[in-house]
Design a protein around this ligand. Structure first.
Ligand code: SAM
Length: 488
């Protein structure tokens, strides 16, 4: 049983009232965490191949209450899941989310490696609520997920952002940024760029976004049930440290939000300091305005155990919802705010290159009011020129374009196999589950009946990576760091 610090319990009672605090504490101590997946609307198919491992673990339930009035409609593929005797239980606020009753061996499911779904706890899927706001904004939105690793909310945002939008998924800690990049590649949606910058580095460059998500690093109380060890790291002092760091992060990125743009602030913690008090601070200090959710949606959320504060912030807590702890608030920068001034450009920027996922094309993120543009486009929303830019602003050779040519002389980048925008320039070869696992273990495949040269290996029609077929064997081109080490 998880031992919860007395001070934590006091702060919890202060935040949600003593009765609810007892329910939450009992859930943390006595019940297991909730397990769920979020399906990739562009890759998922319920055909006995792509869903085979997880479908054996579905929690049965009513069709999503999210199908009902108020909540957004399920994505097309989710809506057309083959009829089952008892349908899988859906996460009420996110129709693409499915509860699992038991844990499959995810590592041995090729569909996971192909990006057909993401393993994510249900409360984090509250991001789905943003869809209606983004759809109302524009067709060519520039979005930033500032604290993005490992990529749960970035993959979600990429799935719901309006067509023509571009998402920058940023993670300041470099090893975590590498994991973020893997998950973004696997998800396979175009128009997502991965960066590794400190929040303070965006504004001096004049980068501007229409939407920013700050899923802030926090004291992690909401994950106590999933990770009981984290309780040992908790202290009232760490809560205060986190709260000030969160303020600094939001203040640093605030100038990069366009006037009229939206900022979503979330944490996976439950105390007031890191949540409501920080939102009040953002409003008072930075001049943000609150954005309200549709009353019908709020009523649906309440009936599913979500606490809606009088100011419209959302709290999801174990014991009250079927999920872990999460706080979520939506704010707007007033439309009549002054655009950010151009500031000196002295900082070191880290960005990934040659990822095959679109890299950071800084010219796309200049403020519409900005005077300079590295790419030479003055309008920040001008279409992507397809070029990458060096620090000096000179165009770099564009590997993606070069490799997109139907040449068998150029080794394709791994990420291209996973992309939903795969051009078909290399032949695809469908493999069995056992062959897929052999491939993912870096084993050698024999494909005697397939063409020679570079081939894209698919499982259930979804790309896993490339091989080079030399006839006697097919050399495995899976990046070594992605190799699975589990016996199957
Ligand atoms: N949004 C992620 C997801 O859904 O998968 C989870 C993000 S986690 C709550 C917070 C992230 O902020 C971590 O990846 C952490 O490395 C990063 N972080 C830590 N310190 C930071 C800082 N000073 N500025 C920005 N991000 C920071």
């Amino acid at each position: 049983m998880v031992e919860l610090p007395v001070k934590f319990l006091e702060m919890l009672a202060d935040a949600v009232g003593p009765k609810r605090a007892e329910t939450i504490a009992a859930a943390i101590r006595e019940t297991p965490p909730v397990l769920s997946i979020r399906i990739n609307p562009y890759k998922w198919r319920e055909d006995g191949v792509v869903d085979s491992v997880v479908s054996g673990c579905y929690e049965n339930g009513e069709a999503a209450s999210g199908d009902g009035a108020g909540f957004p409609a399920p994505p097309p593929d989710a809506a057309t899941l083959a009829p089952q005797a008892t349908p899988p239980a859906r996460i009420p606020w996110c129709p693409a989310g499915i509860y699992l009753a038991t844990r499959p061996v995810f590592t041995l499911d090729p569909a996971l490696h192909a990006g057909a779904y993401y393993v994510q706890e249900p409360s984090s899927m509250i991001i789905e609520l943003l869809k209606q706001f983004l759809e109302k904004m524009d067709l060519n939105l520039r979005l930033l997920d500032l604290c993005a690793a490992p990529g749960g909310k970035s993959t979600h945002l990429a799935s719901i952002m309006p067509q023509g939008s571009k998402l920058v998924a940023n993670e300041v800690i470099r090893p975590r940024a590498a994991i973020l990049r893997e998950n973004i590649s696997r998800w396979g949606l175009p128009n997502v760029e991965v960066t590794s910058m400190d929040p303070s580095q965006f504004a001096p460059r004049g980068y501007a976004f229409d939407f920013i998500l700050v899923d802030a690093p926090c004291s992690g109380e909401g994950m106590f049930r999933k990770d009981p060890e984290s309780v040992k790291e908790w202290s009232p002092e760490s809560v205060q440290l986190c709260a000030s760091r969160q303020q600094r992060i939001v203040a640093d990125i605030w100038p990069s939000l366009e006037p009229g743009g939206l900022l979503a602030y979330s944490t996976c913690t439950m105390n007031r300091s890191e949540n409501e008090e920080n939102v009040a601070w953002i409003i008072e200090t930075l001049g943000a305005e609150r954005v309200s959710f549709d009353p019908e949606i709020l009523s649906q959320l309440r009936s599913n155990g979500v606490i809606v504060s009088p100011q419209g912030e959302l709290r999801l807590h174990p014991g009250l919802v079927k999920g872990e702890g999460l706080f979520f608030a939506l704010l707007r920068k007033p439309a009549d705010s002054l655009p950010q001034e151009e500031l000196p450009k002295k900082f070191v920027e880290h960005r990934f290159t040659n990822s095959g996922v679109n890299d950071f094309k800084s010219g796309n993120y200049k403020s519409a009011k900005g005077k300079t543009s590295i790419s030479g486009h003055n309008n920040s929303k001008s279409q992507n020129s397809g070029q990458k830019f060096s620090q000096s602003g000179k165009p770099l050779k564009n590997n993606f374009q070069q490799q997109n040519s139907p040449s068998q002389n150029v080794q394709p980048e791994h990420e291209m196999a996973l992309s939903t925008a795969f051009s078909g320039d290399w032949p695809s070869v469908e493999v069995t589950k056992e062959q897929a696992l052999t491939y993912l273990s870096k084993g050698t495949l024999n494909l005697p009946d397939s063409p020679l040269g570079y081939l894209r290996i698919t499982y259930g029609g979804l790309g896993l990576g490339f091989v080079k077929n030399i006839g006697s064997r097919a050399n495995n081109l899976l990046p070594p760091n992605l190799r699975i080490r589990m016996q199957f």
